[in-house]
Design a protein around this ligand. Sequence first.
Ligand SMILES: CC(C)(COP(=O)(O)OP(=O)(O)OC[C@H]1O[C@@H](n2cnc3c(N)ncnc32)[C@H](O)[C@@H]1OP(=O)(O)O)[C@@H](O)C(=O)NCCC(=O)NCCS
Length: 182
Amino acid sequence: MPEPTVDAPAGGAAYAIRPGTAADLPVYRSILFHAVDWNLERTLPSFEEIIDHPGLARFHRGWGRPGDIAVVATYEGEPVGGAFFRLFTQDDHGHGFLDEDTPEIAIAVWPGHRGRGLGTRLLAALAEAARVAGIARLSLSVEQGNPAAQLYLRTGYALVAETDHDYVMVATTAPEPRGSAG
Ligand SMILES: CC(C)(COP(=O)(O)OP(=O)(O)OC[C@H]1O[C@@H](n2cnc3c(N)ncnc32)[C@H](O)[C@@H]1OP(=O)(O)O)[C@@H](O)C(=O)NCCC(=O)NCCS
């Protein structure tokens, strides 16, 4: 189930960002739910119906395959959001698909913890993880009207396409040359 709203105190001391693991799959499913449920005035189907819909399930099913990378935001050690990316193919991909070398990202911070800089920190952590993994670009789709688009533009994403409902955006990382890590 989605997490209850929490009124967290302002300030960043109790917040942290850590790498995600396979054990964080419930967090990734919640990220996807909240990414769809960004407009809190809209009534949506149940949590399970949303995240098990094929359009969204492709983002979390079989988590742990090569190229799956995630970061988790915590408040006093408990997950309060996160972000991840995953590679897709021409035959099976999300709305933000660019090519088979460019992972699509997903991000959410639980209600009650938004507007405190966590989204900015998560996107920076994801970009750094991509850079270290030798990934040159990250892409995403964001529904038109979602204020998250402003956050993406502020953190280095650029608009590359527009559909009836979505914007597609891309960020370029400065990847480490393959084989130079370590
Ligand atoms: C988008 C989201 C991850 C940003 O996380 P955050 O911790 O609030 O981000 P920050 O505090 O670093 O930055 C806030 C920015 O996010 C945007 N934003 C989107 N929804 C917001 C909300 N409910 N409250 C505050 N900021 C929000 C604002 O444009 C704001 O930009 P600004 O700082 O230039 O004013 C978070 O608001 C969220 O989970 N939203 C719902 C899920 C969602 O839309 N995911 C993306 C789908 S494409």
